[in-house]
Design a protein around this ligand. Structure first.
Ligand code: NAD
Length: 298
């Protein structure tokens, strides 16, 4: 029987811990590390083997998986601890959501140090991480995909090979830019509908079966009532927090600038979500932006 690769898993936060747990449960030998002692303790409490330093996590493993808050964390860890300690040929699997340019830089650094590289950001949130139903958007060399798929399928349900290095992050920012725009659009439509005398249910019944249909209306509807499971029915508890949407739209704006793309709505969505997050909405679900649109505070 083929042996499973040993994995250095770094970043045991909201997403990383359940992902590491799913690998551990599936029989993978993991060396887990986080800079926060509390995160290490939480992993140990679930039976996951931890190590005391980042370098230890990267040594004598076949895959180094990172799940960090930002690209700076990734590049710093690569440069300061991980690349030099890993055995040549190690597969660096970067699953955080980071800037496309930083993802490409991380891949270049890994390749220059004699390793292999893949960016595989996720969608599906903490619920998907817990359930092992994440979607992975992968930027990698085709010859690494079989090895990657075996591991990613333990943590996710859908694995999409988007292209070469950086392509996973590129797909992620494009998707989330559209999501941010569509949630603002859905919110504006519902507020306009209120002022024109429409009930939420009547407008939902039309949009959900007409050409305005989108996930922001049919699954994450920003008004309470029509979709009982949407955060609007639960005081806008996330779901997907506005702060994370703001972060992802910031990454999309960087990519828009890098590529000189005429993406006016994406850039405007980034401004609106930043303002909403900074004025108290950060920890609410991103659909709560409807309340700021309704009260005219944006
Ligand atoms: P988090 O802040 O909960 O976890 C990140 C962890 O990384 C923290 O525990 C932190 O201590 C650790 N860390 C930072 N630097 C480190 C280092 N050098 N070595 C070891 N550990 C280090 O964040 P999260 O919610 O788990 O998100 C992780 C990534 O996934 C982010 O890039 C985020 O944008 C992305 N993401 C999050 C969600 C979500 O719903 N939370 C959904 C999709 C994608």
């Amino acid at each position: 029987m083929k042996t499973k690769p040993r994995i250095g898993f770094l970043g045991l936060g909201h997403m990383g811990l359940p992902m590491a747990r799913n690998l551990h449960t599936a029989g993978y030998d993991i060396k887990a590390f986080d800079v926060l002692p509390a995160a290490l303790a939480a992993a140990e409490a679930q039976g996951i083997a931890t190590v005391a330093t980042a370098s230890e996590a990267a040594s004598d493993v076949q895959i180094v998986l990172t799940m960090f808050p930002s690209g700076k964390h990734v590049l710093d860890a690569y440069r300061e601890h991980l690349l030099a300690t890993a055995t040549p040929g190690t597969l660096f699997l970067e699953c955080s959501t980071i800037d496309v340019a930083q993802a490409r830089e991380a891949a270049e650094l890994a390749l220059a140090a004699g390793h292999r590289s893949a960016d595989a950001p996720v969608s599906g949130g903490v619920v998907g991480a817990e359930a092992g139903t994440l979607t992975f958007m992968v930027g990698a060399e085709p010859e690494d995909m079989n090895e990657l798929s075996e591991v990613l399928e333990v943590m996710g349900r859908r694995i999409v090979h988007c292209g070469g290095h950086g392509a996973g992050q590129a797909a992620k920012v494009c998707n989330n830019m559209l999501l941010g725009i569509s949630m603002i659009g859905a919110s504006e439509a519902f507020v306009l509908g209120e002022r024109l005398g429409l009930t939420h249910q009547a407008l939902f019944d039309v949009i959900s079966s007409a050409s305005g249909q989108c996930w922001s209306v049919t699954t994450n509807c920003p008004v309470p009532g029509p979709v009982p499971s949407s955060p609007a029915n639960h005081e806008y508890q996330p779901g997907f927090a506005a702060a994370l949407m703001s972060k992802d739209l910031g990454l999309a704006s960087n990519a828009v600038e890098l590529t000189q793309t005429d993406a006016n709505l994406g850039v405007r969505a980034a401004e609106l979500y930043r303002k909403f997050s900074e004025s108290g909405g950060a920890s609410a679900d991103f659909s709560a932006i409807i309340n700021a649109i309704r009260d005219g505070s944006l």
